[in-house]
Each structure stands twice: as structure tokens, then as C-alpha cells.
Design a protein around this ligand. Sequence first.
Ligand code: BES
Ligand code: ZN
Ligand code: ZN
Length: 465
Amino acid sequence: MKVTISKSAKNNTHITFLTEESKIKPKDFEGKKDEITVRYKNKNTIIYCGLGKGNKCADTILRSAAAIGIRKAIDLKRKRVSIIEPKIKDLKKYPAIALIEGAVLGSYIFTKYKSEKPKTVTTAEVVSKNITKKEAKDIASVCESINYARDLVNDNANEIFPERLAEEALSIASLSDDITCTVLTDKEIKEKGLSLLYAVGQGSPYPPRLAILEYMGNPESKKNIAIVGKGITFDSGGQNLKPTAHIETMRCDMAGAAAVLGLMKALAGLKPGVNVTGVVPAAHNAIDSTSYLPGDTYKSYSGKTVEILNTDAEGRLALADAISYCIKNFSPTEIIDLATLTGSILSALGDTIAGLFSNNDALADKLFQSGEKTGERLWRLPIYDEHREAIKSDIADIRNISKLKKGHAGSITAAAFIESFVNNLPWAHLDIAGTAFNEGEVRGEVPKFGTGFGIRLLMDYLLNK
Ligand code: BES
Ligand code: ZN
Ligand code: ZN
């Protein structure tokens, strides 16, 4: 979708926004949040979107309303729409930003497997005096990168397998001279001793890969933020096979990797002055006679030995080796990982808030603030010594599931496992198992299936650096 900026509306279809207090409202329309109605005046179609109470109208509401409005325009088969920035006294300075986000994200539909491709809006003209063309272009480009990440999550696991994720990384690097890409093949993963990542992928005909993208936006600075995304292209659970009702969505288990790729793509376009290393450990956790087995012990890339007690706790293994490899070879000064890591995070926080774990309060606070601002919300959970204690092993250094009772602190002990590989560097872990894939209905700018969660959040965090 093309986004343009204009001072007055040039299209026949208008998306406009009203609060409950707006003086002039169409009949039978109250301006409530999520409310929508369409009126026809002369040659024009006016789509009215409700914002609720003016003094409660934040970016999250505008973004969601714009998404609802653009979907109505798509239903009405409109090609070109004008989105009219509302003038409401309590609104923040630049509502246009949230409107563009809502329009580009809300128009997303995964159509690859639809015989009849729905027609979509091709141009959204944002009528605003508060935003520059450059700002609008940058915001739209970040949102297009999110839609790209959603496509990766939504496609079949026999299309998006580890080698394909590595190819995506290479093609992102080709977009910009500031980005370089390194890919380790399965052979190299084995030879270099990333035995945990190798083990997770060893039962699959789709071999594992480790892709690393380096974006140097500030070569003078030594600061280097590593962003690591879990890239399990399908999580069958392995020998600890997942049952029906838990396995059907497991192509989403590379959503962390998709977010890293989407973020790096967005960086290639925006070119902010920060250094970012994107790390994608990719493997297919398959069940096969050659798969890794419960009870086995492996030596990780860091040297720490790990007792595998459940092959379905595979994400932390892939992440551990990827983080250690990144620390040793790319010298990050800070590490953030995103992972669809535990089902327990859904029990704790549902599907609208991601779990945040960190060994650094300042980093955690900044990420939390970015979450509030972007609507990709985080809530911090602790890691205490009893959780570190619970992953100690009798046969190896650590175990990949805790000794605690089933169902006890599953997300925390998973985070404690990852923490033990970060060498005390400032680190944050985002458990996105609940937020990365929407099994329910569309909610504002959040579509069904792959959501692209984390990209706007991390972009905000990086731009504030
Ligand atoms: N990929 C899953 C977590 C998941 C669950 C992601 C639901 C998205 C939606 C992860 O690898 C997993 O299987 N975790 C297990 C860990 C357990 C075996 C300790 C879990 O959460 O049940
Ligand atoms: Zn698993
Ligand atoms: Zn998994």
C-alpha cells in the first residue's frame, strides 16, 4: 500500500474519526471506540470511526480505529482512500503516525493460499499538516516490514524452513551496504560445536542454519545491540511429541526470527545511527528415529553441559548456542532475545502482553516504556535464585526443564536457562508465545495468525538510543 501525505482530501472515500464529544455526528452514531458506520454524500463515501472519549484517546485507539476503517474500505472495494487526521484537543501532537500504522498494518491479509485474492486499498492519502513526507515514508516502511514478518510466520513450515530463513537474511543484507550477513550451515554448526542447536535440528530433513546480520549504523561507536530471535520453523515437540490442539499452530515458532528479519529489513530502510546484530538460530524440531532424545546430555557452544529432559523445551537450546556464538564472535554490548518460548506465558499474561525478563533494570524499564508507547505491551516477571537452582542437573551442568512441579513458573525457569548463557551482559528476554500468533479474531491492527509482534517495539527502543 502506498502512503501519501496531503493538505486536503483528493479521494472519494474518506476515513474520518469522531469522539463521543464530537458536536457533529451522523445520526445513530455515538463515536464509541470500535464503532464504525458508512454514509454516502454526493459522490463521496464517508467511513466514520469512533474513538471513544476524547480525553482517553491515545495512539493505541487511533491505530486500532484506522485499522478498522481501512478494513471497511477494503470491504467496500475501494482502491484509494483519504484518511483525515482528527483535530481533537486532547490528542497528542502527531495522530498521523498512529493512523499510518493502523492503515498499513490493518490492511494486511495473508492471501497466498486463497484462490480468489481479495482486492485491497492501493493508496492511502493521509490528510495532515503535522507530518513530513519522510516521517510518513519511514513509518509505512516499518509497517511493511511487519507485514513481511507476518507472511513468514503464516506460510507453511515446508516453505519456510531453516535454509529459507537464512536466504531471507541474505536477501535483506543485499538491500543495504550497511548490512552484512553470515550464515553457518548444518555442517559448520556441528563442526564449530553449536551442539544444542544442531541437536534440535538433527531429526529433520530440513537442516539447521544460523544466520547473523550486522547492521552498522554508527561505526564510531562500540555499542552493539544483539537481537536474537527463536527460529524453530516447526515445533512438533520432537520425541516429546505435542498432542492435538497444541501442535497445529507450531509453524509460528519462528516468530522471533521473523521479527528479527523484519526489524533488520526496517533498519535497512531507515538507517538509524545504531549498531545492531540480528541473530537467527533456525531449526526444525522434528520427530524421527534420528531426533535427539530425552535423557541425552550435550555440550553447548559455551562449554556448559545440558541434560535434555524434554525435547519440547527446544527453543532455549537453540537460543543458548546462538547467544554464546554471538557473544564470542560479534562482541555485543547488550542482548535482547525474542522467543515463542513457553505456553506458560499465555496462562500468565494472555495473548495481548508479552513476558519481559531481564538482568538489567534500566534496559527493562526502557523496553517497558517502548511497549506502552507502541501498544506492544510487556510485563516484567522476576528470576530468583530458586529458579536458577531448579535448572541444576545431577548429570550435567544444567537441565532444559526445571525440577519444579509441572506448571510451576515455566516461563521463569525457561528465562533462567537463557540467562545462564548471557555472561552477565545486559540482557532482556521477551517471551512472545502469547502475542506472536493470534488464534482469535482480528483486533484493530492485530490480524489473525502471525502478528509481527516486537518490531515496532524494538524499533522504538532503538530509535530512542
Ligand atoms: N514453542 C513452544 C511454546 C509455545 C506454546 C509457543 C504455545 C507458542 C504457543 C515451546 O517450545 C514449548 O514447547 N515449550 C514447552 C516447555 C515445556 C516442555 C517445559 C511448554 O511451554 O509447554
Ligand atoms: Zn517446544
Ligand atoms: Zn518451541
